[in-house]
Design a protein around this ligand. Structure first.
Ligand SMILES: Cc1ncc(C[n+]2csc(CCOP(=O)(O)OP(=O)(O)O)c2C)c(N)n1
Length: 617
């Protein structure tokens, strides 16, 4: 089978079934994108996996994981100022981190052009909220293209790049979770390697200093650029009208994945309204929208998340004095969750009850799917840490979680982490919780990737303002939750950095050394002011994946001595590794498919009935 990297770099046109996240990488290659940056986050991390499937020598562009989304945006912007087409990609909430930089982009002459692939996550499949970034695009005055499928993701990236180069600006390719992850057969064009990296920065191409009245002149220029974007959108046919043969004068305006859900639903409908599918969701191109409105008596606007299209389209109709009936969101639920075919069907029927004759019932499975709560992997160092740290915490102590695999410490049996906000928020929140709080110790948790991403300012604040808290850095050497991406800890020792910041009380411990970790955390919690414990153990999922690739690898396991086991069940109830199976007769077995034989569970047994399985060859 051909490797993904070879497929993506082939010079001849080809057809292939690819994921949306993979198809855009081919578009980067074809458009001569020279610098690509990112900070990992769902739904876009497979873009990086696809990029990394091309060896560095074969890859026709530079790629880096930057320390966070803001820096990733700045690096891509700087590279484009040199005259290179660049691209940055990250997840929905990443835009909150990048925003201070992002809102300035439109004001600048980005000589090489820049594409920002931003993955929104309707349904909060893998995010802490389901924010609609289209709210921000309007404020930032950026052009936004929204594909509905992997094929369109590829094609729209090329449009985004062409427009970005032409207008020397940034263009957003707005993806949503299932456009990123869907697979589809896509026809790709030929590719010829373009001239190499440019370093032509010239401040005369600016202005690049947006201060006082300059900022206003730059804004005026940006408004003009957006007018020209509308011309591009129109000429490229990005807003597509699908006329049906019906004479009912009913129409629907939609975009992105909702459009595909709508097509699904209309397959069994009694009649098909006309559809205007918007390929560009900012700025709205009025000519095609107004002509659609004028041709219909009733138009339903179906959009996932917020009522961004609806509000603007209603305003357009009002300004034109149109009498068309515009129907948008009505219920609170219209603002929540993904617009799956079921949801779209419900909306259509509530507006036009006669649209469906067969009224298909929701698909119901003939059996119950067992609940499968998120959990840490077998051998996870975080589990070992939480098991040990729980013994150091008093009932009164307050624990503050952060984002990462270690967030799962909030779940039973550990129940550590009582409040969670966003990446890097734990030191700041813990500081606030510690104010005037002499009786309770506040303990914050932070992953190592997050430490560099957004945790450092909060920590520096604890030093600067003399806050009273213990920070536990859950160091596993990787950005585990999003798929093991590298982070700055590869180059920078967290311990040295903390010492350099002047923190005197920094304790280090391997999380498998549970007794020592319990003692260290107790000591750290008794210290007045800031104390830090670095609780480290390599991510065992990453480690075992690497081990399994080695020739002659033998999977080790642990075993339970059934004679010694007196069924106290601490392994199941306190340690909580999914490897343990409690049988109906209350005996405990090991699931050999899950167990990695790390032995971090051994101290959990008061009888010492758990040991390494020495019989395994
Ligand atoms: C602003 C932002 N960017 C990206 C993400 C996606 N994300 C979730 S957890 C995480 C980092 C996890 O790495 P680390 O802090 O090392 O903790 P670990 O998962 O390894 O325990 C990332 C990047 C996010 N939630 N928010």
């Amino acid at each position: 089978m051909k490797k993904l990297g070879d497929i993506l770099t082939g010079e001849n046109p080809f057809e292939e079934i690819l994921m949306g996240n993979e198809a855009v990488v081919r578009a980067m290659i074809e458009t001569g994108t020279k610098v690509v940056t990112s900070y990992p986050g769902s739904p876009t991390p497979e873009i990086a996996t696809a990029i990394q499937s091309v060896t560095e020598t074969e890859r026709p562009f530079y790629f880096e994981f930057s320390v966070n989304e803001k820096v990733a945006t700045e690096v891509a912007f700087g590279a484009a100022l040199n005259g290179n087409l660049s691209c940055v990609f990250f997840k929905s909430v990443g835009l909150n981190v990048a925003l201070d930089t992002f809102v300035q982009l439109g004001l600048m002459n980005i000589i090489g052009g820049m594409v920002a692939i931003l993955g929104d996550d309707p349904g909060a499949n893998s995010s802490q909220n389901e924010q609609d970034n289209r709210n921000v695009y309007k404020m930032s005055r950026v052009t936004v293209l929204e594909p509905a499928s992997p094929k369109e993701a590829y094609e729209y990236y090329k449009h985004a790049a062409a427009l970005a180069v032409k207008e020397q600006t940034v263009v957003v390719l707005r993806l949503t979770t299932h456009v990123c992850h869907a697979r589809q057969k896509v026809k790709f064009d030929a590719y010829k390697n373009t001239p190499s990296y440019r370093t032509d920065f010239n401040s005369e191409n600016g202005p690049y200093i947006a201060l006082t009245t300059m900022a206003l002149d730059m804004k005026r220029k940006l408004i003009k650029k957006l007018h020209r974007s509308k011309q591009y959108i129109r000429q490229a046919g990005l807003n597509m009208e699908l006329a049906s043969q019906n004479s009912r004068k009913k129409g629907i305006i939609t975009s992105g994945l909702t459009y595909l859900s709508l097509l699904d639903v209309l397959e069994t409908a009694a009649y098909r309204p006309d559809i205007l599918k918007l390929g560009a969701v900012n700025p709205l191109e009025e000519i095609s929208i107004l002509s659609f409105l004028k041709a219909h008596d009733e138009v339903l606007i179906i959009e996932e998340l917020d009522d961004i299209l609806e509000i603007q389209i209603k305003a357009m109709a009002y300004d034109e004095g149109l009498t068309v009936k515009l129907i948008g969101k009505k219920e609170d639920e219209d603002y929540v969750g993904e617009y799956t075919p079921d949801k779209v069907r419900g909306k259509l029927v509530s507006v036009w009850p006669d649209i469906t004759t067969d009224n298909p019932k929701a698909f119901v499975l003939p059996f119950d799917i067992p609940a499968r709560p998120a959990q840490m992997c077998p051998g996870c160092g975080h589990r070992s840490a939480f098991f040990a740290i729980k013994k150091a915490l008093g009932k009164e102590d307050v624990t503050v979680a952060d984002i990462g695999c270690h967030t799962l410490g909030y779940m039973p049996p550990y129940n550590i982490g009582e409040v969670l906000m966003c990446m890097g928020a734990s030191p700041g929140m813990a500081s606030g919780l510690s104010l005037f709080n002499d009786k309770k110790r506040v303990v914050a948790f932070l992953g190592d990737s997050t430490f560099f991403h957004a945790g450092l300012p909060g920590l520096i604040n604890t030093i600067f303002n003399h806050h009273n808290m213990t920070l536990i850095i859950m160091e596993n050497g990787t950005t585990a939750m999003t798929g093991h991406q590298d982070h700055a800890g590869e180059e920078i020792s967290i311990e040295s950095l903390l010492k350099g910041l002047g923190i005197e009380n920094v304790f280090l411990c391997d999380t498998y050394k549970q007794e020592k970790l319990t003692d260290l955390v107790k000591t750290a919690m008794r210290i007045d002011g800031i104390s830090v414990v670095i609780a480290s153990h390599p991510c065992m999922l990453k480690f075992t994946r690497l081990q399994r690739k080695k020739p002659g690898f033998i999977q080790k396991h642990i075993t339970i001595d059934q004679e010694t086991c007196n069924q106290t069940h601490d392994c199941v109830e306190q340690f909580g590794c999914p490897t343990f199976i409690r049988n109906p007769d209350q005996s405990v077995d090991i699931n050999l498919d899950l167990c990695i034989g790390d032995g971090s569970c051994r101290p959990s047994c008061p009888q010492q009935a758990i040991d390494f399985d020495k019989g395994v060859k």
